[in-house]
Write a protein that binds this ligand. Structure first.
Ligand SMILES: C[S@@+](CC[C@H](N)C(=O)[O-])C[C@H]1O[C@@H](n2cnc3c(N)ncnc32)[C@H](O)[C@@H]1O
Length: 200
């Protein structure tokens, strides 16, 4: 177990993680571990905090540590969605060890309708734009989110091409409402990338 940004993160060989794997919770779309881009957003939010009790939706949450960070730091009301239900027990386990409550749902980006998105103020995601088709899925989701009244969408990535394409599409559509934050971290790990921040 390590601790970063005030959040406890279990290593892949932690007995509780191994137990969940043994019980058959095997991630199928790369949600098999905690990915570093979440640290880029945590670092940004540390300096640019969210308001208290904000309603956060973490998309492609995997182990859900970005949402859990928001629950701890900002007392945020957090929901994590992921297309792969096998990741949700890992999110629940981390919520427990971090002493926060979060809601985990099996749901894809495509299933997040305007109606469902009305429940959230901020959407966060990390390492979720790695296949070409994800560019369009996330671009459309951002459009629905703004229709629903979501104020801000933040997506972090180590700058893979599908993410670069998403940034370009958002710049064209949302102009000055797009900010791209470049990040280089040396602690708690070496990590670099960008955060696409789109405001309504
Ligand atoms: C690389 S992992 C990142 C997990 C987590 N965000 C993190 O930073 O540790 C990508 C996650 O996105 C999920 N995912 C992929 N495609 C998705 C889709 N269309 N809708 C919802 N979740 C999706 C995967 O199941 C996986 O958990």
């Amino acid at each position: 177990m390590r601790r970063a940004y005030g959040v406890r993160i279990m290593n892949s060989n932690h007995p509780e993680i191994r137990r969940l794997k043994r019980e058959g919770n095997v991630a199928e779309i790369h949600g098999n571990k905690f990915w570093n881009s979440s640290f880029l957003v945590m670092d940004y939010l540390k300096k640019n905090p969210l308001r208290k009790r904000v309603r956060v939706l973490e998309i492609g949450c995997g182990w859900g540590l970005l949402g859990i960070y928001c629950a701890r730091e900002f007392d945020a009301r957090v929901t994590g969605i992921d297309a792969d239900e096998n990741v949700l027990p890992y999110m629940a386990l981390h919520a427990d060890v971090n002493d926060v409550k979060v809601t985990g749902l099996k749901m894809s980006f495509q299933q997040l309708t305007v109606e469902k998105l009305k429940q959230y103020d901020v959407i966060l995601g990390a390492d979720i734009c790695f296949w070409d088709e994800m560019t369009g899925l996330l671009y459309n989701l951002i459009g629905r989110a703004f229709k629903a009244g979501v104020s801000t969408v933040m997506i972090a990535d180590p700058c893979r091409p599908p993410f670069g394409a998403l940034v370009e599409k958002c710049r064209k559509k949302y102009g000055d409402n797009v900010h791209v934050e470049e990040k280089w971290l040396t602690r708690p790990v070496h990590a670099s990338g960008e955060i696409l921040i789109v405001r309504r």
